[in-house]
Every structure is written in C-alpha cells, then in structure tokens.
Design a binder for this molecule. Structure first.
Ligand SMILES: *Cc1c(COP(=O)(O)O)cnc(C)c1O
Length: 386
C-alpha cells in the first residue's frame, strides 16, 4: 500500500467539471485581464472575511466590511501590502517588522524586498507559531509592524498579541498563506475572527498545494482599510488608479481571471475541505501513541491543518522507516530563513536555537484530500510501530 503525501491531480479531480466550465467561460468571454471572475472572487473572499461561520445567529456575525484585492501570488500579496504602507507614509525604509523565525522564507523575502528590516522571533515549541509572550524581547525604537504567520494552518492570534500591537501602535500584516478559513479564539483588531482579517492587512496564497488552491499561482490581499485596498490595487496594476493615469511606481501583480474562475469554482467547498483535514488530524491525535513521536498541539476552529507536523529526534530514520512502509512525508521546513544562503549576511551572528531545533525535527504527515480516514488510521498504526 502507498500513502501519497499529496497528489494535486487527484485533489482537483472532483472539481474537473466545474473547472472546465469556468475555463470555458473565461476563454469565451474575450476578457483576459480583470473582469467578472476576478470581481466575483474578490467579493466572495471579502464576504468570507467579513462573516463568522460558527456563530451564525449572534450579533457579532457581521464584522467590519473587508476589502479583497486579487493579486498574482502570496509573496506578491505580502510585498504589495508593505510597499503600499511605504507609499502611504505609514512605514519608512529601514523600519523593523517582527516575524516568526521558523516561517516559510516568502514572509521574510517580502520584508527585505520592501526595504524593511526583518526581526526574527523564536516560535513557541507548543504552538510552533510566534511565542506571543516573548514579543517584548524583539521591540526596538524602529519596530513598526508585526507579521503573524499562521503556520501549518494554526491561527497566530491571542490577547497578548492584540495588546502588544495596540500598546505599541504597530501595524499587523498577517501571512495567511496556510490558514484560510481558520478562526481565532478572540477578536481581531476590527471585530472579525477570521485568519487574514485579524490585523490591518492579510496576505493570502492560492498556490496549488494550499487549502484553497488554484491551477497555478494566485493570491489576494484583504484589509478593512479602504485606502490600503486602493493603493494595493493601483500598485498591482502598473501603479494606475484609472486607465493611463499612473499615481505610483507600480508592478504587474494582477490576479489572472482563469485562476479566479478556478477559485470561484472551489471556494464553496472550503469549509468542507477544512473540516476533512480536522477529522484526519483528530484521527492522528487519537491514534498515534508512539512516545518517540511528539504530536502537534490539538486544534479546534483555530486550525485548518494545512500541515500535520510531528517532531521526532531521529528524523532521518523515521522518514526512511515510513518510506519503506509506503508512507510519503515532507519537511516544512528543513532550512529556516536565517540559514538560507541569500540571508546569511542579514542574520549573521544571530542565533535562533528553538528554530534550529524544530527545523531538525519536524516531519509532515499526509493530511490532504488524497488521504482517507482509513489511510490515516493505517498511517497512525505504522507510526506506532517505529
Ligand atoms: C505559500 C506561502 C507563501 C507564498 O505564497 P506563494 O503564493 O507561493 O507566493 C508565503 N508564506 C507562507 C507561510 C506560505 O506557506
């Protein structure tokens, strides 16, 4: 028996009918940049962020109105938010942004690319997200923003973080590439509890492997700030606010309408996709009992399980054992940003022992739509025999 980590073709198989239909609509529309598919996706995403799913009947159900701007990918979403804040005078070159040291490198790339300074913060070994109790250690006179990364699908948001950013008047840019659909346990700054809508701006990625995946690159920016939304939209569209009128030194980072059409065909299933991942996580939680394998903190609404990440001391042996038993695994991420060749200079002399500790031990088990309940039980029992 073979247990695949991820098979994108298989993942999209159930959507082939609606996807083909969507692709045809775009092809026959004659409108290949912008247009109704992009607009529809933006309004679906902003509705998703402005509403709470779990408390359908409470007065809190309608949060602030959030604006969504479709863009080219998740890294560009992060870059555009930061560059828009620079253009708006809310950030200045050289300002510091606190970000988790164990994130995927794109979070840090965006900060560096915008001419800002990334200040890496150690994760909590329990949540594997920013250790919010230690944020004060990273605060300097130049700190202007915090970038919570909802790593592996778990929301990085609590009262400590909310108080920290409010007390120090910091901007919050969420890297929500991995956690679309997750809900925080307490209110964000603008009333929504949805990940990506907790702070001043959220960056989304729809890279094919994400919980909501396109058939190529795609991303979005979500914000309650209308001026920021307008600036991001202009920056992503050659810096123009209307045809042939360029107010900013911009880029071409628009969301492709073909990808928007695919996302429109899939977004309705997002809750179901996330619930399935939660169910698989619960199976692993309950059935993996091997003391050599440390399980992730259990999750509720706050986790959409983009990855199910265990920690194991002798990782290589563990992975070879699993491979021999037919279980594919992956590592997120073996080389943290501060150890990447392109960032050696930036972080020279800095040490992140917890980040290094985790990078040497994390292993991701299969948790996608390609994994069935019985697969998860079988994988758990194979893990237990290691
Ligand atoms: C995927 C990802 C990104 C980048 O998204 P792309 O669409 O691939 O550019 C950024 N941050 C995190 C945490 C990610 O997982």
């Amino acid at each position: 028996m073979r247990y695949k980590f991820l098979d994108l073709k298989q993942l999209n198989e159930p959507y082939m009918g609606v996807i083909n239909e969507a692709l045809r609509r775009v092809a026959e529309s004659g409108r290949y940049v912008g247009g109704t598919e992009v607009e529809r996706f933006e309004s679906l995403l902003s509705a998703h962020c402005s509403t709470l799913s779990c408390d359908a009947n409470t007065s809190r159900n309608q949060a602030t109105q959030f604006h969504a701007v479709g863009v080219s990918n998740g890294l560009d979403a992060l870059r555009l938010i930061l560059k828009a804040w620079l253009a708006m005078g809310k950030l200045n070159p050289g300002d510091e942004v606190i970000v988790a040291a164990n994130t995927y490198i794109a979070s840090v790339l965006a900060i560096v690319d915008a001419g800002l300074r990334p200040v890496l913060a150690e994760p909590s070994p329990v949540t594997m997200n920013l250790d919010t109790s230690r944020l004060g250690e990273y605060l300097t006179e130049r700190t202007r923003a915090v970038m919570p990364v909802h790593l592996y699908g778990r929301v990085c948001w609590d009262e400590t973080l909310a108080k920290f950013v409010t007390d120090h008047n910091l901007l919050v840019i969420e890297d929500n590439a991995q956690a679309i659909g997750a809900e925080a346990c307490c209110d964000g700054l603008f009333g929504s509890r949805r990940s990506g809508a907790l702070g001043h701006a959220g960056a989304f990625s729809f890279y094919p492997t994400k919980n909501l995946g396109a058939l190529g690159d795609a991303g979005a920016v979500v914000t309650p700030d209308e001026e920021l939304a307008r600036t991001v939209r202009a920056l992503s569209n050659s810096g123009s606010d209307r045809r042939y009128h360029n107010i900013l030194i911009g880029y071409n980072c628009r969301l492709d309408p073909i990808q928007a059409a695919v996302l429109n065909a899939k977004i309705g299933d997002l809750n179901e996709v996330n619930e399935r991942r939660r169910m698989l996580a619960r199976i692993y939680d309950a059935e993996i009992t091997n003391p050599k394998v440390k399980l992730p903190l259990q999750g509720g609404k706050d986790n959409v399980w983009h990855q199910y990440v265990v920690t194991v001391d002798n990782r290589d042996d563990f992975r070879s054992y699993l491979a021999a038993a037919g279980v594919e695994t992956d590592i997120h991420y073996a080389v943290p940003p501060h150890r990447q060749p392109c960032m050696e200079v930036i972080f020279a002399g800095k040490e992140f022992p917890l980040t290094d500790y985790l990078a040497a031990r994390v292993v991701s088990l299969p948790i996608s739509a390609c994994t069935s309940e019985s697969d998860a039980r079988a994988i758990a029992s194979i893990v237990n025999k290691f």
